[in-house]
Design a protein around this ligand. Structure first.
Ligand code: FAD
Ligand code: NAD
Length: 466
């Protein structure tokens, strides 16, 4: 029987990163994955394929709407969805192959099959009816998450679909109905809206991306409406049915009036649930909470000594980089080190165009906590860089402590905000004040100048270009 220091179940960004860090720290590592390729949701059906399609559709949209003004005359571009999906497949393949290479490089033994507990030191790997047992000192549960749905919706995976199917459509929908105005709904809704679909987003709350700072949702709503996406906010979905090529959604608006939408696809994007099916947690006595997430302590260890859990399967934001940080954290805890993850400084990004990005506390959270704060905002359209690229939408909003000027939150929407947010993370990690950042030179012309200007605005209302 193979014997390991640590066995990791699940090869997503949590599991594979933990595997590498454990190997770097000298542990003998086994990694179990039930799917044929490594990389989990993120690489196979999440972050990477969605960003590939967001990029392709953005190019199409730019060619269709902006080339002429840039002085580039082309005949009307056409969508070749088959090629777009094929390219996305190639991007996924090169990424998952990269993980297989990294496992070899780090001498991690990869087991293809379904992992489950026999006991806390014996893990069974099942594939095609054959089983193998691994002897292990410690275990990391990194089994991730699956799309959730609503009790009255049947996901038939053809017309009523989740993000996984939406990443593999063979045609551009005529009318895509999206249930949920969160991250997946808006990213994948944007993809198909740019490619010519009519897109309708039905959201239960009174705003989109409701967990982010309200300013961002309001600004994004304006832009996406301009792009032609229709929004049904404060709508309670009560039925979704499919017949032939038609899907019908029924919802009640906030006054209780029934609204009916007909389309050819319905994407259900109302969140994801922790995935622990078939793991045998009960056999080892690892408890889950009321949302099915594996319960862990501050060291990400379950109630059972030596059994840890990370990523989407535990509490917290369901983000690839959060799972990665936890993978490293657990490896270092096992090695006797004292690592730290600052959950307040895990950035959140929505890859629409403009992009939305944030780190730290929202204005609503600061109000609720009774913290006295100052706000500095700066519109992207006031930047030379924005005018040069015709990407004028958006703003940067900096929240700083009213007395100390320490930056408490940065919220932005604009071109390349996904990359720009890193500056705010670094500043906040070093507990910079808004004035600190405002006195740092920012290359001109760049979008990052909006961060400097918003910090100037937050410090004592003295932006230069506004
Ligand atoms: P997962 O990536 O879910 O990996 C878990 C793995 O465990 C899977 O491969 C699964 O097959 C395997 N597994 C489960 N049970 C077993 C078992 N018993 N035996 C063997 N293997 C098992 N996050 C971002 O940060 N940025 C983004 O841009 C982003 N975009 C996304 C887009 C979409 C469409 C979706 C759906 C998600 C996106 N996410 C994004 C979220 C991100 O994918 C997840 O937060 C991340 O993948 C979680 O990593 P994980 O390692 O915890 O789990
Ligand atoms: P989400 O939590 O971001 O959004 C779900 C939305 O559905 C919310 O706005 C919610 O109010 C709405 N909703 C819930 N019930 C509803 C109902 N009955 N009717 C109408 N609306 C309803 O979830 P998601 O978009 O499915 O994404 C799942 C997870 O994947 C998220 O946690 C996210 O962090 C992660 N993800 C991240 C990225 C990224 O980082 N760019 C991209 C995609 C997914």
């Amino acid at each position: 029987m193979a014997k390991y220091d640590v066995t990791i179940i699940g090869s997503g960004p949590g599991g594979y990163v933990a595997a590498i860090r454990c190997a770097q720290l000298g542990m003998k590592v086994a990694l179990i994955e039930k799917y044929p390729t490594l990389g989990g949701t993120c690489l196979n059906v999440g972050c990477i394929p969605s960003k590939a399609l967001l990029d392709s559709s953005h190019h199409f949209h730019t060619a269709e709407h902006s080339f002429k003004e840039h002085g580039i005359d082309i005949s009307a571009p056409k969508v070749n969805i088959k090629q777009m999906i094929n390219r996305k497949g190639d991007v996924v393949k090169s990424n998952v192959d990269g993980i297989a290479f990294l496992m070899k490089k780090n001498k991690v033994d990869v087991y293809k099959g379904f992992g489950s507990f026999e006991n806390k030191n014996k893990i069974i790997v099942t594939q095609n009816g054959k089983t193998e047992t691994l002897d292990t000192d410690k275990v990391i549960i990194a089994t991730g998450s699956k799309p959730s749905s609503l009790p009255f919706i049947t996901i038939d995976k053809k017309r009523v679909i989740t993000s996984t199917e939406a990443l593999n459509l063979t045609e551009v929908p005529k009318h895509l109905i999206v249930v949920g105005g969160g991250v997946i709904g808006l990213e994948l809704g944007s993809v198909y809206a740019r490619l010519g679909a009519q897109v309708s987003v039905v959201e239960y709350m009174d705003g989109i991306i409701p967990t982010m700072d309200k300013t961002l949702g309001k600004e994004l709503l304006k832009v996406l409406k301009k792009e032609g996406i229709k929004f049904y906010l404060s709508h309670k979905v009560k039925a979704v049915s499919a017949k032939g090529k038609t899907v019908t959604l029924k919802a009640d608006d906030k006054k209780g009036a029934e609204v009916t939408l007909e389309g050819d696809y319905c994407l259900v994007a109302v969140g994801r649930r922790a995935y622990t099916d078939g793991l045998g947690l009960d056999k080892v006595g690892v408890p889950t909470d009321d949302r099915g997430r594996v319960e862990v302590d501050a060291n990400l260890q379950t109630k059972v000594p030596g059994v840890y859990a990370i990523g989407d399967v535990i509490k917290g934001a369901m983000l690839a980089h959060k799972a990665e940080e936890e993978g490293i954290f657990v490896a270092e805890v096992m090695a006797g080190q004292k690592p730290h993850v600052d959950y307040n400084l895990i950035p959140g990004v929505v890859y629409t165009w403009p992009e939305v990005a944030a780190v730290g506390q929202t204005e609503e959270q600061l109000k609720d906590a009774g913290v006295e704060y100052k706000v500095g905002s700066f519109p992207m359209r006031a930047l030379g860089r924005s005018r040069a690229s015709m990407d004028l939408d958006g703003l940067v909003k900096v929240l700083a402590d009213a007395k100390t000027d320490e930056i408490l939150g940065v919220h932005m929407i604009g071109a390349r905000a996904a990359d720009m947010i890193a500056e705010a993370v670094v500043a906040m990690e070093f507990r910079a004040s808004a004035e600190d950042v405002s006195r740092m030179s920012h290359a001109h012309p760049t979008y990052t100048e909006a961060i400097k200007e918003a910090c100037l605005a937050a410090t004592d209302n003295r932006p230069i270009h506004m």
